[in-house]
Design a protein around this ligand. Structure first.
Ligand code: SF4
Length: 352
């Protein structure tokens, strides 16, 4: 991993207008899906983005790949503003692996043809050369190249996700955005796909943005982790640092609910139960967005938004958006120790 910044996200917002009216539609509200996010991704690293469903992580991923235009802010790729209409080179350099290996593959098309899509779209290989390169990709991701003419239904869930990985690799991208790539797979298959992604990263020098809702999966694959809540980043740090010294109360709660393989540890650990529902992104709370559910909230939290900054005593790369960061004595030592001990192997599964 180098120190070179490959992707820079600057104060990015993505709002979806809600319109009403029959003849003349007018905007009546906005969904604030992503609402002022700053992030950096270095070349060769994996940035994990984690948060509950609806926190904006997948929308942010789609903004970075250019699938969604942004409402405000800037996204720089290799120092160049991709703007609202990314060029052809950017579309080649940035690829995506989708969550659902069943829904993302057309069941009526043969696998060879699906993997060759990027060659066809960008006109980079035809005829025998196209077939040869597709079969090389199949081999690279652990698929039998002889199965070139089979249909997706003839493959297992894990193999279908490998087809998605092969398609993403076709144009030798610099960045791959993995949007919950294992959450639709059986636990036993998740580790295989994650290990494949890690091996490919080592072999090809890829950079990943890895989206997930399970902190233990993100912990295993990520060099750095950003935690999102209701369209904003609440905390971002090196993986080891975040798991050892979580500072945001929301990160603390997520860690206490992350899956732990050891049943004894799972039994002993203390869970933080967040009360109340996640507020609507149409009308997010004032001040700190987490204040309606935060066990540490005080009066100021409802009126003043905390900046994402280095809290007292933290290292330069550890950013927290909280007026009252979690202190050492408040931490759930047992839960964090369990995650750390098990993090040398993927502790896979769905968050409880
Ligand atoms: Fe909780 Fe206040 Fe910190 Fe927000 S700013 S996370 S409400 S303590």
């Amino acid at each position: 991993m180098s120190d070179e910044i490959l992707v820079k996200v600057e104060n990015v917002r993505k709002h979806f207008p809600i319109k009403q009216g029959i003849l003349f539609k007018r905007e009546v509200a906005r969904v604030h899906a992503v609402d002022g996010v700053d992030l950096e991704v270095r070349r060769g690293e994996t940035l994990g983005i984690v948060g509950e469903s609806g926190c904006g992580k997948s929308t942010l991923a789609r903004c970075i790949t250019g699938l969604h235009s942004i409402t405000d802010g800037r996204i720089l790729f290799e120092g160049k503003d991709i703007g609202r209409a990314p060029d052809k080179a950017f579309r080649r350099d940035v690829q995506m692996i989708f969550q659902d290996p069943y829904g993302s593959l057309n069941p009526r098309r043969r696998v060879g043809s699906i993997i060759a899509d990027p060659f066809d779209i960008h006109g980079t290989a035809t005829g025998a050369e196209r077939k040869k390169r597709v079969q090389e990709l199949m081999e690279l991701v652990g698929l039998n190249p002889e199965h070139y003419n089979r249909f997706p239904a003839e493959f297992s869930g894990g193999q279908r996700q490998r087809i998605g990985v092969a398609r993403a690799l076709a144009l030798k991208p610099k960045l791959i955005v993995c949007d919950e790539p294992v959450s639709a797979l059986d636990v036993s298959i998740q580790a295989q796909v994650i290990n494949l992604l890690k091996d490919l990263q080592d072999e090809l020098g890829l950079t990943y943005i890895f989206i997930a809702h399970d902190l233990s999966v993100v912990r295993y694959v990520s060099d750095r982790v950003a935690v999102m809540y209701l369209g904003k980043v609440g905390e971002a740090a090196e993986g080891e640092e975040l798991y050892a010294r979580p500072r945001h109360p929301y990160t603390n709660a997520l860690l206490s609910a992350a899956s732990v393989a050891d049943p004894d540890r799972a039994e002993r650990r203390e869970r933080i139960i967040l009360t109340g529902d996640v507020p609507s992104p149409i009308k997010p709370p004032s001040g700190c967005r987490f204040h309606t559910r935060c066990p540490k909230a005080q009066e100021i939290c409802a009126t003043a938004e905390p900046p994402l900054t280095v809290a007292a005593g933290d290292t330069a790369g550890h950013l927290t958006a909280c007026h009252f960061p979690v202190e050492l004595g408040e931490r759930l030592a047992e839960a964090h120790a369990a995650i750390q001990q098990e993090s040398t192997e993927p502790t896979l599964g769905v968050t409880e």
